[in-house]
Design a protein around this ligand. Structure first.
Ligand SMILES: NC(=O)c1ccc[n+]([C@@H]2O[C@H](COP(=O)([O-])OP(=O)(O)OC[C@H]3O[C@@H](n4cnc5c(N)ncnc54)[C@H](O)[C@@H]3O)[C@@H](O)[C@H]2O)c1
Length: 432
């Protein structure tokens, strides 16, 4: 099949490389010339394990190419996937500007019976607007579908090659058949639904996972006050089959490029259709307030942030990615600096300077090359992200004789071991 992917960001590049690996002819298109020029040289402009190798392999087989030209990319395409960004607008709703711009650009070049698939996360109702827009630019007959993406950054290639399910949102038998044929090599369950259900399923999945994180954070806060240990509570509730042992992460709240925006968008979408009093508003508020609240609590315990040397370990929003969009560090570091602390940080992959350039932020600090350098002379260590390099580090090696605090933001360390080394240990919802 001839397949085109519009928007070669995280989702787009991974999707393009995986479809190419099935033997299809895939073209990736982006308006970002720099990105396309890197991809042409098999250089992935972000860190995603295994992606560069897959890209190189498919380009060597001549299955995968990249362009900035819509006509080249669309004229022979049987299926076009739109994977452009859908950030939150100022009112919280999904900003669909990039989706509509890409659809307007592709419409004049569509071949007969092509299928335009929206893979970006968009609210129900978007497909009607997409169809209207295409009709206003072409007489050619076309189809549309909604196939939401469920990959996770950090394991995107494996997630795309081994998905739990493929959700196909369409209204036409031919479209279902063609999309099933494309995804058959994945040997995953394929679920046929209405486009609106596919779009709701994506929001429902992310909102549920974000709510689960918020839920256990609330329980951790109660444990903090009553002497219970949240880690023991998790062990005690997990055998209940209705609850399960997976995905319990008490911590500094959820971050990243998807959960915060998708919860915000679902809350705004609910309000826009008349459901003002909704759970997602509350989940979003609790998560937004979490880091300032935790830093205030820790401030009392350590006797103030002012003039403290703080080592922040982990800048990305989770391990195995260099993505810093809405990562805890991007909230923690500016607060610490505004309270008079000096900050050094370490991350195996993420680059604070690059983030400042992308986000046009000014809050600077010293990012160290090594973890050892970052924690040297620290009064407080905050282990924010569970990178193996951070969890596996021997903190005894760098312990000095001065009083030092160790904040374990993801409850990843043994309080007994950290205390034995000589730190004052502070976890979340577990005894210090
Ligand atoms: N990143 C994830 O983990 C993830 C997971 C599941 C779903 N999603 C959803 O997938 C979508 C894409 O996310 P992402 O993280 O890959 O975004 P991204 O920001 O990494 O990439 C989006 C790309 O679209 C390009 N673009 C913008 N306008 C364009 C246009 N008119 N024509 C062509 N290209 C254009 C941008 O230049 C950029 O390269 C979003 O809706 C997101 O919510 C993301």
């Amino acid at each position: 099949m001839n397949i085109t992917i519009i928007g070669t960001g995280f989702v787009g590049v991974v999707t393009a490389a995986v479809y190419a690996s099935f033997g299809h002819q895939v073209i990736g298109l982006d308006v970002d010339e720099q990105k396309i020029s890197s991809l042409k040289k098999s250089q992935v402009p972000f860190y995603e394990p295994g992606l560069e190798e897959l890209l190189k392999e498919q380009q060597a087989h001549h299955n995968l190419s990249f362009t900035t030209d819509y006509q080249t990319a669309i004229k022979d395409a049987e299926i076009i996937f739109v994977t452009v960004g859908t950030p939150s607008a100022p009112d919280g709703q999904a900003d669909l500007r990039f989706v509509f711009a890409s659809v307007e650009s592709l419409a004049p070049h569509l071949q007969k019976q092509a299928i335009v698939v929206i893979k970006s996360t968009v609210p129900p109702g978007t497909l009607d607007k997409v169809e209207e827009l295409i009709h206003s630019h072409t007489e050619t007959a076309f189809y549309t579908a909604a196939v939401p993406e469920f990959l996770r950054e950090g394991s995107a290639v494996a997630d795309t090659l081994h998905p739990d399910r493929i959700v196909l949102g369409a209204t036409n038998e031919q479209v279902f058949k063609k999309l099933e044929e494309l995804h058959r090599p994945l040997q995953a369950p394929m679920i046929r639904v209405k486009p609106e259900s596919a779009q709701m399923a994506k929001y429902a999945a992310n909102a549920y996972l974000a709510t689960r994180i918020t839920f256990i954070n609330q329980i951790a806060d109660l444990c903090e006050k009553n002497g219970a240990n949240v880690e023991e509570v998790v062990v005690a509730i997990s055998p209940d089959k209705r609850i399960g042992a997976h995905y319990w992460y008490p911590g500094f709240g959820y971050g990243g490029s998807c959960f915060p925006k998708d919860v915000k968008e679902l809350a705004a979408y609910s309000r826009a259709i008349g459901e003002s009093d909704n759970l997602f508003n509350k989940v979003n508020d609790l998560n937004q307030d979490r880091i300032p609240k935790l830093l205030d609590n820790f401030e009392k315990k350590i006797g103030g942030w002012e003039n403290k040397q703080v080592a922040v370990l982990g800048l990305s929003f989770k391990p195995n990615t260099d993505d810093m969009r809405e990562s805890p560090a991007t909230l923690v570091i500016p607060i610490l600096l505004s309270k008079g602390a000096s900050v050094t940080s370490f991350d195996p992959m993420a680059d604070w300077q690059r983030f400042l350039r992308l986000e046009k932020m000014e809050k600077n600090h010293q990012q160290s090359e090594t973890l050892k350098q970052a924690v040297k002379d620290a009064d407080v260590i905050i282990a924010l992200v569970e990178w193996p390099e951070i969890i596996g580090f021997d903190f005894a090696e760098t312990k000095t004789t001065k009083q030092q605090w160790f904040i374990d933001a993801r409850n990843q360390f043994s309080p007994t071991i950290i205390k034995k080394i000589g730190y004052h240990y502070l976890g979340l919802g577990r005894p210090s």
